[in-house]
Design a protein around this ligand. Structure first.
Ligand code: GAR
Length: 212
C-alpha cells in the first residue's frame, strides 16, 4: 500500500494512465488516501505493471473465468473486501458490474468516462467508440466526467466534469488525447475530495463542501 488512511482499490483493464494519475496524486500527498490494491480484468494490462512499479498489490479477475456477470462481480467485491477497500476507482475498467457489487460499494465507487455525461454514455460507449460517436455527432465540445457508479451503466451522480473544444481537424485519436489530459486532472481531484470527506450526494447532485 502507498499513502493512507482512506483505503482505495482501483479496477482497471488497460493502459492505466488514469491509475497513474491517481498514483502520482497519492504519492505527492494531494490525495489523503492509500492505494491498497489494483484489480485487473485483463492479465496483460499495462496498468498491472504500473502498480507493481509502485509497490501496490495486484490481483487479476478475468470475466472469462466465471459463468455469469453476477459471479464475476461477486469475486471483484470479495477481493476488494479482503483488502478492506473503502473507495473503489474504476480507471479504464471495461466490464459492467452486476448489482451484487453495489450491495457492497454503493456510494463508494467512482468511474471516469471520456465524454460529457449524460451524453455519449451507456452500454457499448467506451474507449475509442465514444470519441468516434462524439466526432460524428458534430458537437463542438467534449470532455470528461467523473461520477459515482450505480447499477445503470454511466448513469450516476456527477462529481466533476471539464470540457475540451473540438476543432475542425480533430480525429477520434486527437480528441482522445485531449480528453485524457482532462481525465488526468479531474480524476485525482475527485478522489482527493472524496478522501477529504468533502462530497455530499443529494439525489443526482453532488455538492462539494469547502475545506478548511
Ligand atoms: C479512458 O479514456 C477512460 O475514460 C476510458 O478508457 C480510457 C482508459 O485509459 N473509460 C471508458 O471508456 C469506460 N467507459 P487508461 O487505461 O489509460 O486510464
Amino acid at each position: 500500500m502507498i499513502g493512507g488512511p482512506v483505503r482505495i482499490g482501483a479496477l482497471v483493464s488497460g493502459s492505466g494512465s488514469n491509475l497513474q494519475a491517481i498514483i502520482d496524486a497519492v504519492e505527492s500527498g494531494q490525495i489523503k488516501g492509500g492505494l491498497v490494491v489494483v484489480v485487473s480484468s485483463n492479465d496483460r494490462a499495462y496498468a498491472l505493471e504500473r502498480a507493481r512499479q509502485h509497490g501496490i498489490a495486484t490481483e487479476v479477475v478475468r470475466y472469462e473465468d466465471f459463468s455469469s456477470r453476477r459471479e464475476f462481480s461477486e469475486q471483484i467485491a470479495h477481493v476488494l473486501t479482503e483488502y478492506r477497500v473503502d473507495l473503489v476507482c474504476l480507471a479504464g475498467f471495461m466490464r459492467i458490474l452486476d448489482r451484487v457489487f453495489f450491495e457492497r460499494y454503493h456510494g463508494d465507487a467512482m468511474n471516469i468516462h471520456p465524454a460529457l455525461l449524460p451524453a455519449f454514455g451507456g452500454k457499448g460507449m467506451y474507449g475509442h467508440l465514444v470519441h468516434e460517436a462524439v466526432i460524428a455527432s458534430g458537437t463542438q465540445f467534449s470532455g470528461a466526467t467523473v461520477h459515482f457508479v450505480t447499477e445503470e451503466c454511466d448513469v450516476g451522480p456527477i462529481i466533476l466534469q471539464d470540457i475540451v473544444r473540438i476543432e475542425d481537424d480533430d480525429t477520434p485519436e486527437s480528441l482522445a488525447a485531449k480528453v485524457l489530459q482532462v481525465e488526468h486532472r479531474i480524476y485525482p481531484k475527485a478522489v482527493e475530495l472524496y478522501c477529504a470527506g468533502l462530497l455530499t450526494v443529494d439525489g443526482m447532485r453532488v455538492r462539494r463542501r469547502s475545506g478548511q
